[in-house]
Design a protein around this ligand. Structure first.
Ligand SMILES: [Zn+2]
Length: 117
């Protein structure tokens, strides 16, 4: 990646296409108001650890896990029941934010390809 610090790297909104402005403002809004978390949700049976719970001899409780790979390693995080709906939204919002980033990225890919300021 080439890093340069240059005032000319700043893009003015006036020069943006409508599509770019839309993607950028959706992304900015999303990131300023919502949580985002990268990972895949997985439902698995889990033993809660209480000796007298029905799960100790049975199948375990249906539980949510967030699975994420980082630097080639897979990490798993148990999501408590009362966090499940929030975490679902954060995972969805992460995907949405990523799509918006991709949209902006494609626009800039084309700028480079077409030598367009
Ligand atoms: Zn249990």
């Amino acid at each position: 990646m080439i890093m340069s610090v240059n005032k000319n790297d700043q893009v003015s909104r006036a020069h943006m296409s409508a599509a770019e402005r839309r993607a950028r403002s959706q992304l900015a809004q999303l990131l300023s108001q919502r949580g985002v978390i990268r990972g895949t949700l997985l439902m698995r049976k889990r033993k809660c650890g209480k000796a007298n719970c029905r799960c100790a001899r049975g199948e375990g409780h249906e539980s949510m896990f967030l699975v994420v790979s980082e630097n080639g390693r897979t990490r798993q995080l148990f999501v408590p029941k009362d966090w499940e709906s929030r975490v679902r939204l954060w995972v969805e919002d992460y995907h949405h934010a990523r799509e918006l980033m991709e949209e902006v990225s494609r626009i800039y890919w084309d700028k480079v390809r077409n030598r367009q300021d």
